[in-house]
Each structure stands twice: as structure tokens, then as C-alpha cells.
Design a protein around this ligand. Structure first.
Ligand code: SF4
Length: 206
């Protein structure tokens, strides 16, 4: 399949003169060039926990081939990744861990929430399931479905690339309701973070 070759003339802020090539000039901003490079070299961190994780693997494999969009270099260290894909059900016990992993990723970094479980808890409206990963970390693109097709996740990567090209001035998903509380919980010397998190959520929703 043909590779997705970027057209430099479509970079934001780029002007290409209509002189012959040897006399042409390009005007742009450093940030635009950096974002152009970032969007075509995303390094995914796969946070797969359930059935959605299987669909994510299909998307990463040769059949759907995320490599066409420059995002094939899966990293299992958050310090080497800039795009977290949260795929599957997230429990309360996982919430402090996912927040810690997100914090370990270097800036700039982005998050794709894959499937209804990751995005809203799905049909697991119970005491132990986080009702959306965006309660602990910011989300850039939500992918609906149970599970979403691999093509839908590829589409979310393309949407994310558009956001990255716009620079840092874009809206991110729901505010991280628990982010500050979680920071305190993770630093607390004793107690069960998952139980405390559940109490905070109940308090926030009553
Ligand atoms: S959204 Fe559906 S397929 Fe994905 S983890 Fe939840 S139950 Fe499984």
C-alpha cells in the first residue's frame, strides 16, 4: 500500500514562491516544522487491558498497518513514548497507575481513548470501574465502539495528527477530575488509593 507522503506546501504558515526551484523560498515557524515532524513520528504506548486490547493489536499488525502513518514504533517504556492508547476497561485500582505512567511520558504527549469502556466506563457502571480515563488524564481523541474497528482507531490517529499540526492551542478532553487528588493519594504513606479514589468519585457525583 502506498505510504502517506506529506505535502510540505500544506504545512501551516508555509509559503512557497513561484520562482523556479533553485530560487524558491519557504517561510514557516519553527513550531510548525517541529509539529510536522511529531505528527509523522508518533511512538505509541499501548495500555491494553481487555477485549479492546486485541483490536489494538490488530491495528498495530501488518493487516491494518499503522506504520503507514508513521506510528509503528510501539514502546513499552512511557519515557520513550508520546502517544498513549488506552484500550479496555480501567478499574479504580489501575487509575493511580495509569496516571503515574502518563506523568512519566515526556512532553509533548497525547492520549487516545479507545472504546466505550476507556471513554466512559461502558456498561460497567459499578463500584470498581473508572467511568472514563479522562477522569485521571487528559484525552485528545475518543474512539467510540465496543470494540472499535481497527480502521476507527487508525482514523483517530489521523485526527490526532491534525490536532498536533495545529500546535498546542487545542482543547483536550474532560478535565481531570481526580488529577490533583490522585497526586496526593500517590504520595500518601498509607491507605488504599483505589478505595480513596472511589470515595472521591462518589463525593463528586452526589
Ligand atoms: S469497549 Fe467493549 S470490547 Fe472494548 S474493552 Fe469494553 S467491553 Fe471490551
Amino acid at each position: 500500500m502506498a505510504r502517506n507522503i506529506p505535502d510540505i506546501s500544506k504545512l501551516p504558515g508555509v509559503t512557497i514562491g513561484d520562482e523556479p526551484a533553485e530560487k524558491s523560498f519557504v517561510l514557516t515557524k519553527l513550531e510548525a516544522v517541529a509539529n510536522w515532524g511529531r505528527k509523522y513520528s508518533l511512538w505509541p504506548y499501548p495500555f491494553g487491558t481487555a477485549c479492546c486490547g486485541i483490536e489494538m493489536m490488530a491495528m498495530l499488525g501488518p493487516r491494518y498497518d499503522i506504520a503507514r502513518y508513521g506510528a509503528e514504533l510501539v514502546r513499552f517504556s512511557p519515557r520513550q513514548a508520546d502517544m498513549m492508547i488506552v484500550a479496555g476497561t480501567i478499574t479504580m485500582k489501575m487509575a493511580p497507575i495509569i496516571k503515574k505512567i502518563y506523568d512519566q511520558m515526556a512532553e509533548p504527549k497525547w492520549v487516545i481513548s479507545m472504546g466505550v469502556c476507556a471513554s466512559s466506563g461502558g456498561f460497567y457502571t459499578n463500584y470498581c470501574t473508572l467511568q472514563g480515563v479522562d477522569q485521571v488524564i487528559p484525552v485528545d481523541v475518543y474512539v467510540p465502539g465496543c470494540p472499535p474497528h481497527p480502521e476507527a482507531v487508525l482514523r483517530s490517529v489521523l485526527l490526532l495528527q491534525e490536532k498536533i499540526a495545529q500546535g498546542s492551542n487545542f482543547e483536550r478532553g474532560r478535565s481531570h477530575v481526580f488529577a490533583e487528588e490522585l497526586k496526593d493519594l500517590l504520595q500518601a504513606p498509607q491507605g488504599n488509593p483505589a478505595e480513596k479514589l472511589h470515595q472521591i468519585e462518589k463525593g463528586g457525583r452526589s
